[in-house]
Design a protein around this ligand. Structure first.
Ligand SMILES: [Fe+2]
Length: 247
């Protein structure tokens, strides 16, 4: 290629997407030591400071609640939250910090919903994750019980379930039943593999995404995201009617 041609074919560096328009993150694991996320308060504070520098002004952190694996309770999460809020205040962070949970979908979740014993946020939203291996078979029962109890399920990282890849049929069906769809920001970088990336793009193309989340477990997740914000799909995402800024 001649010097002339290479000079003129050189692309302008793309503008990074401004995360401050997302305003609130609603999926992360930042209560120290209670799941597979942050292990120490220092780690949590570093992550929160990073969120603040990226332009976020609210974090709703969502530790796992998963039967035997992470048997967290609302009490454990809320007392951990109080410690995080105090520590963040002490170092002068100004972003708002709240907590709910990421509920793994099994029979015990249906019972918790019936007892109204779940941590919700925003407009009675409850963050729910499905198994990564097997397609759920009684999710409509969950949606029904949630409706009765006046909760609204948000389906966590919907693009990450391999059994739904290649189609958006289930996303459409679940949304018709009142569920909302959350996509992980790092899915657009290929962080979870090409199939997940493609599915996230498909959900964005069809404007099926209600919320985006960092699903931040450690600071590297935010650094990775920051390095990829120039990707076109972040800009495309920013044009959707996301509900993060209603939280
Ligand atoms: Fe998560």
């Amino acid at each position: 290629m001649s010097l002339f041609k290479s000079f003129f074919s050189k692309k302008e560096p793309a503008v990074p997407f401004d995360l401050s328009c997302i305003r609130a993150d609603m999926h992360s694991h930042l209560i120290p030591g209670i799941d597979d996320g942050s292990k120490t308060m220092d780690e949590t504070l570093a992550i929160l400071a990073k969120f603040e520098s990226l332009g976020y002004n609210k974090i709703i952190t969502t530790p796992h609640i998963m039967a035997e694996v992470y048997p967290n309770t609302p009490e454990v999460i809320l007392s951990g939250l109080a410690n995080v809020q105090n520590a963040a205040k002490e170092i002068g962070l100004s972003l708002q910090i709240e907590a709910a949970a990421e509920y793994y979908f099994d029979q015990s979740l249906i019972e918790k919903v019936q007892q109204k014993n779940v941590l919700s946020f925003g407009n009675n939203y409850v963050l729910v994750e499905f198994s990564f291996h097997a397609q759920p078979d009684n999710e409509h029962r969950l949606f029904f019980e949630m409706q009765v109890a006046d909760y609204r399920p948000i389906l966590a990282h919907f693009e990450r379930y391999p059994y739904f890849h290649g189609s958006t049929e289930k996303a459409i069906e679940y949304k018709e039943k009142g569920a909302l769809i959350q996509v992980n920001l790092n899915s657009l970088t290929g962080h979870y593999g090409p199939g997940v990336k493609k599915q996230a793009e498909r959900l964005i193309d069809e404007e099926l995404v209600d919320f985006v989340g960092s699903d931040c477990h450690r600071i590297q997740h935010l650094m990775h995201l920051e390095e990829h914000l120039h990707l076109p799909y972040y800009h495309k995402l920013g044009k959707l009617q996301l509900k993060n800024n209603t939280l």
